[in-house]
Design a protein around this ligand. Structure first.
Ligand code: GLU
Length: 277
C-alpha cells in the first residue's frame, strides 16, 4: 500500500515535469497532451490590436495576423499560447526564447535589428497624440512643458525626447492603458503612441466622446514580426505567410474587423521588405 502511494506520487511529479518541459520553449512537442504548441508574444491591453478579453480569449489585428501566420507554420488556433510581451521586454523575450515570434505593434527599427530579426512589415502606422476633446494641443511642439505619457521602450517615447518635444514632462509607464487612465484623470495632458493604438482606446465604450486624436503622423511605424536573431528560415516562412494573408484577402478582412469599429483609416498593405523611413 505504502509502495503504491510512493509510486503514485512519483508519477505525479513525473507528469508535472513533463508538462513543464512541454510548455518551456517557444514551441515544443508534447507527446500525449494534445500535440505541439507555439508561444506567441502579443499585447494584452491594446483594443483593436492585441487584447485579452474578460472570457480569456484574445482579439485584435495582431492576434489575427499571428493566428494566420501560426496556421501557415502548421499550428491550429488551440495550439497557440499567447504571452504578454510589453514594449520594453520584446527583444529580451525573443533572446531568452520565451516566445517563437512577436506580433505586438512592434516597429522595425535599426536599433532593434541589432538584437532581433523581423519579418514583414505587415502594417504601416504613425505616431500621434491622444488628448481630451476640449484640449488646445494640436501639434508636437505644444507638448513642451506639458505632462505627457508614453511607454518605456517604445519608439514614441524616444521620438518625443529626441525630436518632437524634448521639453515635455514625459511620464513612462509599462502599458498604454495606464497612460489612458492618466489622461482621463487629468494627471497628463496627452498620450503619445501609434495612431492605430490610440484609435482603439478612443473608441472604447467607456471613453467614447472624451478624447480626440490630433492626426499628426509624427513618424512611420512599420510593424514587423519579431523573431530570434539569426532565424532566417523562420523569417522567410513568416514573410510567405504574410504575403499569402494579403493575397487571399484575409489581411483586409482582419483590417475591417479590427479597425472598422475604431474608424481607423489604415494605410494599404505594405510590401514585404519595404520599410517606409
Ligand atoms: N510601434 C511602436 C513601438 O514598437 C509603439 C507601440 C508600442 O510600444 O508597441 O515602439
Amino acid at each position: 500500500m505504502k509502495l503504491r502511494k510512493v509510486t503514485a506520487a512519483s508519477a505525479a511529479v513525473l507528469a508535472l515535469t513533463v508538462g513543464a518541459t512541454a510548455c518551456g520553449g517557444g514551441n515544443s512537442d508534447s507527446g500525449s497532451s494534445g500535440g505541439k504548441k507555439i508561444k506567441i508574444g502579443i499585447k494584452f491591453d491594446q483594443p483593436g490590436l492585441g487584447l485579452k478579453q474578460p472570457d480569456g480569449s484574445y482579439a485584435g489585428f495582431d492576434v489575427d495576423v499571428a493566428t494566420y501566420v501560426a496556421k501557415q507554420l502548421g499550428y491550429t488556433p488551440d495550439q497557440i499560447q499567447f504571452v504578454e510581451t510589453q514594449s520594453a521586454d520584446r527583444e529580451n523575450a525573443l533572446q531568452r526564447g520565451d516566445v517563437k515570434f512577436i506580433a505586438a505593434t512592434y516597429s522595425i527599427t535599426p536599433e532593434r535589428q541589432q538584437k532581433v530579426d523581423f519579418a514583414g512589415p505587415y502594417l504601416l502606422a504613425h505616431q500621434d497624440l491622444l488628448v481630451k476633446k476640449d484640449s488646445k494641443i494640436s501639434k508636437g511642439t505644444d507638448l513642451n512643458g506639458k505632462n505627457l505619457c508614453s511607454v518605456t521602450g517604445s519608439t514614441s517615447a524616444q521620438n518625443v525626447q529626441k525630436t518632437i518635444a524634448p521639453k515635455a514632462n514625459l511620464k513612462q509607464n509599462s502599458t498604454y492603458s495606464e497612460c489612458i487612465a492618466s489622461l482621463q484623470s487629468g494627471a497628463v495632458d496627452a498620450v503619445t503612441t501609434d495612431d492605430s493604438i490610440l484609435a482603439g482606446y478612443a473608441s472604447q465604450a467607456k471613453y467614447k466622446g472624451q478624447f480626440k486624436l490630433a492626426g499628426l503622423k509624427l513618424s512611420n511605424e512599420n510593424y514587423g514580426i519579431g523573431v530570434k536573431k539569426g532565424d532566417k528560415a523562420l523569417v522567410d516562412k513568416i514573410n510567405k505567410a504574410l504575403e499569402k494573408m494579403v493575397s487571399d484577402g484575409s489581411w483586409q478582412k482582419a483590417v475591417d474587423k479590427n479597425f472598422g469599429p475604431a474608424d481607423y483609416k489604415n494605410e494599404k498593405a505594405p510590401q514585404i521588405g519595404n520599410i517606409v523611413k
